[in-house]
Design a protein around this ligand. Structure first.
Ligand code: ADP
Ligand code: MG
Length: 695
């Protein structure tokens, strides 16, 4: 099939709607999609019937409301279209009611509301702004998941609300700049997804990978990524076949898979789609992750989406490219060609700078997970310190505004008539800074902190809400101004002066930056446990409550859930380690030790004197290390027991980090050293060499 025919072939998209819906129904639905007008029941009935007929032609027998609970993945419950007409016949039915609203039993999902009093009364509501699609034998209907009492139960509802915050506030700004034509502003996202591929049989042979998604043991191979020969390297036939199938399956679902390449670490790759609205990007990223995992099996591969599957080589992230666009196609982070456009660009740019500085910890904690702790703070991914890369040219322009002087990059007369004309800013050059957690890349910001496995809803909810809040403050100030240009200049000047500390164009991995950031008063929240508790700071609660994203109770509850998730994750890892150590590694070490000691014994029992140096040394090392291993296993067991006895959510999470996790590393160090001594045939699981270099 040609790509053209393939693309979107399983999506109930605009073409299909236009073709299959009566004109007035189509118009009514479009106005719901574009302008949020409520959908009338008779319209919903017609849409549902058309969807059902179309889905049945595509092989569907069922429909499901597809939603995104707080677990970070997706959930679905399938109902068939059948409806009995008599005891031997059925017809296929699907009503507007069923399309618009569903009632899954919500009792087992983390609620984020007040869990003690929470009842299992949740409903899913159709999100017509993200198109329905057929996958397998079901019609998938993207939905938001809410409770009857108003609590937010998912990640989509708050994301949609946060997009509305940006819409409202950015429109106020546009009107101030004399834009009378734009009707709507939406946020756009392109999520680059990194992942690892390994041979399926090796994956199956590693309990740690199967249970926790990462290797808990594994000595460093002689070669890692130091030769930099994998980045953008040629793609093997097997991986290429996988990528081809992945592209095609995603295209069918309307996911605009665009770029694929090898990444920095061996066996690491990336897929980037073309950006779209945050909402659809979030849905699509879930599909990308699902298909990456699922299709790997067809090629005897396993796809690893964990943030740090392997020690010693890069982990995986998910770069969240973010911007805002009007319904008539103007990217608000694109420097324009006229003075007004440039001034408008600078104002939106400043709003992002201010939001990232003011709400640094809130943004940081949206990516705070046990898995991501392996990246942030380790010198590979962006560091845990929030800062913004703007590039020299733009930084120079901002400095000149702050100082009120001319610069090489700003034309004369700047201060009198607003921003006169900005130079053409370099877009996405190859030498741009790759170490920054939040980089301006020509006409968008790239937030590089998110881990590879998380839902991008969380970071985008917070980005949209905090940037929207700052825009609302700007709009208040400018709407009330006597002279718009003067007030605008003062505003830009004030914002730059106050928030320039968050701008950093240098090497984010350097020790100097850590010291410098501290001098600037920027937070360095190295671990999830440093970041998550700041969720409940008053200013964070204020901004989220003000814009009706979450209630105060929900924030407290979400904070607890995040801490609990951290503890659960480390607990599972520790238990998996202990099980592998006891039941796989220790028996292997003992078996190998036996071989060595038997060899030694047989040499000693020979009638002639034979050199036994090698066996003696090896036996000594093996004995010492296995003794140390036993001690660390005991210590880890004790720590886990202690962690379980702690009742406070924060105390417990903190102990999992400072007690359990550290002890896990001690145990790993000893085991990894043993791996280098024990014969390869004795070692119970595939080594890093195989995992990373055997694709
Ligand atoms: P790089 O790896 O150099 O950062 P990629 O091409 O891999 O660049 O990814 C860039 C991502 O940014 C793509 O997903 C692209 O669609 C997205 N993007 C481009 N423009 C915008 C925009 N205005 N808003 C959001 N995302 C964008
Ligand atoms: Mg990329």
């Amino acid at each position: 099939m040609r790509v053209n025919d393939l693309f979107g072939s399983m999506v109930f998209n605009d073409d299909v709607m236009r073709e299959r819906l009566p004109k007035h129904i189509y118009r009514s639905l479009k106005s719901t999609i574009k302008d949020n007008t409520p959908l009338k029941e008779d319209v919903a009935d017609v849409v549902a019937a058309a969807m059902k007929d179309w889905a049945i032609e595509k092989g569907a027998t069922h429909f499901t409301h597809w939603f995104q609970p707080m677990t970070g993945t997706t959930a679905e419950k399938h109902d068939s279209f059948i409806s009995p007409v008599d005891d031997s016949h059925v017809i296929m039915e699907f009503s507007g009611k069923e399309l618009v609203k569903g009632e899954p039993d919500a009792s087992s999902f983390p609620s984020g509301g007040l869990r003690a009093t929470f009842e299992a009364r949740g409903y899913t509501a159709w999100d017509p702004t993200s198109p329905a699609f057929v996958k397998g034998h079901s019609l998938f209907i993207p939905t938001a998941f809410c409770s009857y009492t108003g609590e937010v139960l998912d990640k989509k509802a708050p994301l949609l609300r946060s997009m509305e915050v940006i819409n409202t506030q950015a429109m106020r700004i546009l009107r101030l700049f004399g834009n009378t034509t734009a009707k709507h502003v939406t946020t756009t996202v392109g999520a680059e997804q990194e992942y690892f591929l390994i041979d399926r049989q090796y994956y199956e042979a590693r309990k740690d990978l199967r249970i926790t998604g990462r290797t808990l043991f594994g000595a460093k191979p002689p070669k890692g990524q130091e030769l930099e020969d994998h980045y953008f390297g040629s793609i093997s036939e097997r991986v290429a076949a996988y990528m081809k199938e992945l592209d095609e399956e995603l295209w069918k679902l309307g996911v605009t898979a665009k770029t694929k390449h090898s990444e920095a670490a061996p066996a690491q790759f990336e897929l980037a789609p073309i950006f779209c609205t945050s909402n659809i990007a979030c849905d699509h990223n879930q599909l990308v992750m699902e298909y990456m995992r699922k299709l790997a099996k067809h090629h005897d591969l396993a796809c690893l989406l964990h943030e740090k599957p392997f020690a010693g080589v890069n982990g995986s992230g998910k770069h969240n490219n973010w911007s805002m666009v009007t319904d008539d196609g103007q990217n608000l982070l694109e420097p324009g060609t006229s003075p007004e456009e440039n001034a408008q660009f600078l104002l939106f740019l400043c709003a992002v700078i201010q939001a990232v500085d003011e709400y640094a910890e809130l943004i940081r904690l949206t990516v705070a997970t046990a898995g991501n702790d392996h990246r942030l703070g380790a010198s590979e991914a962006p560091p845990a310190i929030m800062s913004i890369y703007l590039g020299d040219q733009l930084t120079d322009i901002l400095e000149s505004i702050e100082k009120g002087v001319k610069s090489n990059n700003v034309a004369a007369g700047f201060l009198k008539i607003g921003v006169n004309s900005l130079p053409v800013l370099p877009k996405d050059t190859t030498d741009r800074n790759r170490t920054s957690p939040f980089a301006f890349t020509g006409n968008k910001f790239e937030f590089r902190m998110p881990g590879s496995s998380i839902s991008i809803a969380g970071p985008n909810i917070v980005l949209n809400t905090t940037i929207g809040e700052v825009l609302s403050q700007y709009a208040d100030r400018l709407e009330g101004a006597d002279d718009f240009i003067t007030e605008l200049n003062t505003l830009l000047h004030d914002v730059i002066k106050q928030h320039k500390r968050v701008i950093f164009n240098g090497n984010n991995y350097s020790d100097e930056w850590v010291a410098e950031a501290e001098r600037r008063g920027l937070l360095n929240l190295r671990t999830a446990i440093d970041a998550i508790p700041l969720y409940v700071l008053k200013k964070n609660i204020d901004v989220l409550v003000k814009h009706k994203i979450f209630s105060e109770e929900e924030i407290h509850s979400r904070c607890e859930i995040l801490l609990e998730d951290y503890s659960k994750c480390i607990n599972i890892e520790a238990l998996t380690m202990l099980e592998i150590a006891h039941r796989e590694i220790m028996p292997a070490v003992i078996a190998y030790t036996k071989l060595v000691s038997e060899t030694l014994q047989s040499k000693l029992s020979l009638p002639i004197a034979i050199d036994t140096h090698a066996e003696t040394i090896l036996l000594t090392k093996l004995s010492q290390l296995s003794a140390a291993m036993t001690d660390h296993m005991d210590a880890l067991e004790n720590k886990v027991t202690h962690a379980k006895s702690l009742t406070g959510v924060y105390e417990s999470a903190k102990f999992y980090r400072d007690g359990v996790f550290l002890e896990m590393q001690e145990l790993r160090t000893v085991v990894d050293e043993l791996e280098t001594l024990v014969g390869e045939n004795y070692w119970p699981m595939p080594t890093y060499c195989k995992l990373l270099f055997d694709l």
